[in-house]
Design a protein around this ligand. Structure first.
Ligand SMILES: [Zn+2]
Length: 377
């Protein structure tokens, strides 16, 4: 099959899944008539034997939480609700669900994961290749050239301190500041008057996934090998994607993303500057054909569960892709970590942590600025 038809089939699979989402998961029209837009992403597995496609997760969203919101999170608030990052989190949640299924149904099989020969470990089946579809170019470095007509960008000199989160770390730039500068780490874009988020752009995160894999620390612990994406499918490919993704990490061992173009446009794409970004995000996990989870997210929590100010979070507010939800499930699979906190456990995954450090040093040689600690038990 040629690349265009594969790209189109993958996009079609995600778009079909999107159409079936409930209306609370989709952008709407505000009471003043202003239309909302969002970004759609999905993870699709391609069966190498027969090219069949298997949708694993879809997500929408364009928001990230200000760092100042995180002090009451306890692992329950999802910081980064950009679609492609949510779709990857949802992929990990599906893998955890499938492992939990195998653990409690010892005679049964399931489609994505199997038991490995090593004790306590599982294997992502060899017949699958993985693709991520994104309805537009990821924010940050890969999309800076698309911004020329955007009113929210500011050009400046390379030494202007206002562009930095920390003036000592000149290799991390805030949002869209100094937009003509290329191949730097950027925080997620936001309005100038919004509270700062320290989440890194989707370009920076996806770029690093070529080295670290798409597993989180929990699925890394449970699987016998890391799992990488093979394809990135998007309607607007540019040659700059290669520079943004591949050139920045090529000196490290990596599995490069192959970019495939698709010809479908997403119905809730941004069509004009009068449209506003949707505050709502959404996720759908296709853990098995019989068991799916669909949730709308607002302010990093399940829609309807947000409390203002410093009030404690409500029970069951955590989305299925949150750190907290995944950590609770993980501990049932590995009870030896019952008394550890999430961050204590994460510190034990040394091989993965070393890859993260290698990426950070390479992408931002002047240092790294992390989001606030967000631990849970
Ligand atoms: Zn993004």
């Amino acid at each position: 099959m040629d690349d265009v038809s594969l790209g189109n089939r993958i996009a079609q699979k995600v778009l079909e899944g999107y159409r079936k989402l409930g209306s609370s998961c989709k952008p709407g029209t505000r009471s003043n008539g202003v239309k909302e837009w969002t970004v759609l992403a999905g993870i699709v597995a391609i069966d190498k034997k027969n090219s069949d496609l298997r949708l694993i997760s879809i997500a929408t969203g364009v928001k990230a939480l200000p760092d100042a919101f995180l002090h009451r999170s306890g692992g329950k608030m999802v910081h980064d609700c950009h679609a492609e990052i949510l779709a990857l989190r949802a992929f990990n949640a599906v893998i955890l669900d499938q492992i939990a299924y195998l653990n409690s149904n010892s005679d049964n099989q399931i489609d994505l994961v199997e038991r490995a020969s090593e004790d306590q470990l599982f294997h992502f089946k060899d017949n699958w290749e993985l693709a991520i579809y994104i309805s537009t170019l990821p924010c940050g470095d890969a999309s800076m050239d698309l911004l020329c007509q955007d009113e929210s960008i500011i050009e400046m000199q390379d030494d202007d301190p206002i562009q930095f989160v920390d003036p000592a770390v000149t290799s991390i730039v805030r949002g869209r500041f100094n937009y003509s500068r290329r191949q730097v780490v950027r925080t997620k874009p936001g309005r100038f008057d919004s509270q700062i988020t320290l989440c890194k752009s989707c370009s920076d995160k996806l770029c690093q996934r070529q080295v670290i894999s798409i597993l989180n620390c929990m699925t890394w612990k449970l699987l016998n090998k890391p799992v990488y994406l093979k394809y990135l499918v998007t309607p607007n490919t540019t040659d700059l994607l290669h520079q943004s993704f591949y050139d920045r990490i090529k000196v490290l061992p990596n599995v490069p993303l192959k970019v495939l173009q698709c010809s479908y446009q997403f119905e809730h794409d941004k069509h004009s500057s009068e449209e506003e970004p949707s505050a709502m995000s959404s996720i759908k996990l296709y853990s098995t054909p019989e068991s799916t989870v669909e949730q709308a997210l607002l302010n990093g929590l399940k829609n309807g569960f947000y409390t203002k100010g410093n009030k404690p979070l409500r029970r069951n507010c955590e989305p299925a892709v949150s750190r907290y939800a995944q950590w609770q499930l993980f501990k049932t699979l590995r009870p030896e970590f019952t008394n550890a906190t999430y961050l204590q456990f994460k510190a034990t995954i040394q091989d993965r942590n070393a890859l993260i450090q290698d990426c950070r040093k390479l992408l931002s040689p002047k240092g790294w600025i992390s989001t606030s600690r967000d631990d849970c038990e």
